[in-house]
Design a protein around this ligand. Structure first.
Ligand code: HEM
Ligand code: HEM
Length: 152
C-alpha cells in the first residue's frame, strides 16, 4: 500500500505543478483552490502517508489503511473535479460533489489518524539495536585484532 500511495501521489504532483504552471502562464488564478489541494492533499499528504505505511508495516497491515487508501483516493478526485468543473461552468449544483468528495477525504484522513494512534509502534527499534550491536561488536573485534597484532 505504501509504494502504491507514493506512486499515486507523484501523479498528483505532476497534475499540481502543471496546474500551477498553467495558472502562472495564463495569469488566471481561478483554479488556485484546485492547485493548492491537489498539491497538499494529493502530493504532500499521500507521500507522507505512503512513507509511513512503508516504514511501519503494522500500519499497512491494518484494515484502516485500506479504508484510508480508498476514501482518500475516491474523495479527492471527486472533490477536485467537481470544484474545477464548477469554476469553469458556473453550475452551482456541483457544490454537492465538492462536499461529498471533501467528506470522503476527511473521513479517510480521520481513519489514517486513528490508525496511527492505534497501531504505530517502534518497529524499527529492533532493527536499530541489531545494527548498533553489529557495529559495536565490529569495533570490539577490531580492537582485539589490533591487540593480537601488537602482542604477537
Ligand atoms: C512549478 C510548480 C508550481 C507553480 C508554477 C505554482 C504556481 C502557483 C501560482 C501561480 C499560484 C497563485 C498565486 C497567487 O494567487 O498569487 C500558486 C499558489 C499556491 N501554490 Fe503553487 N505552484 C507550483 C507548485 C506548488 C507546490 C508543489 C505546492 C505545494 C506543495 C504549491 C502550493 C501552493 C499554495 C499553498 C498556493 C496558495 C498560496 C496563497 O494563496 O497564498 N504550489 N502556485
Ligand atoms: C478535505 C479537506 C479540506 C477541505 C474540504 C478544504 C477546504 C478549503 C476551502 C473551502 C478553502 C478556501 C478556498 C477559497 O477561499 O477559495 C481552503 C483553502 C486552503 N486550504 Fe484547504 N481544505 C482541506 C484540506 C487542506 C489541507 C490538508 C491543506 C494543507 C495541507 C489545505 C490548505 C489550504 C490552503 C493553503 C488554502 C488557502 C488557498 C488559497 O490561498 O486560496 N487544505 N481549503
Amino acid at each position: 500500500m505504501g509504494i502504491k500511495l507514493i506512486k499515486i501521489s507523484s501523479v498528483y504532483f505532476a497534475i499540481g505543478v502543471l496546474l500551477g504552471y498553467f495558472m502562472s502562464t495564463s495569469h488566471s488564478y481561478v483554479l488556485k483552490g484546485v492547485h493548492v489541494h491537489i498539491n497538499l492533499l494529493g502530493w504532500i499528504a499521500l507521500t507522507l502517508a505512503g512513507i509511513l505505511y512503508y516504514l511501519f508495516p503494522s500500519l499497512a497491515a491494518s484494515k484502516l489503511c485500506k479504508w484510508h487508501f480508498w476514501l482518500h483516493n475516491i474523495g479527492l478526485p471527486i472533490m477536485m473535479l467537481s470544484l474545477a468543473i464548477m469554476i469553469f461552468t458556473g453550475i452551482e449544483a456541483l457544490t454537492v460533489g465538492t462536499a461529498i468528495g471533501a467528506t470522503l477525504t476527511c473521513l479517510g484522513v480521520l481513519i489514517f489518524v486513528w490508525n496511527i494512534l492505534k497501531n504505530l509502534k517502534g518497529e524499527h527499534l529492533g532493527l536499530f539495536i541489531q545494527v548498533f550491536s553489529f557495529f559495536f561488536h565490529s569495533i570490539i573485534f577490531l580492537i582485539f585484532k589490533i591487540d593480537e597484532n601488537t602482542i604477537y
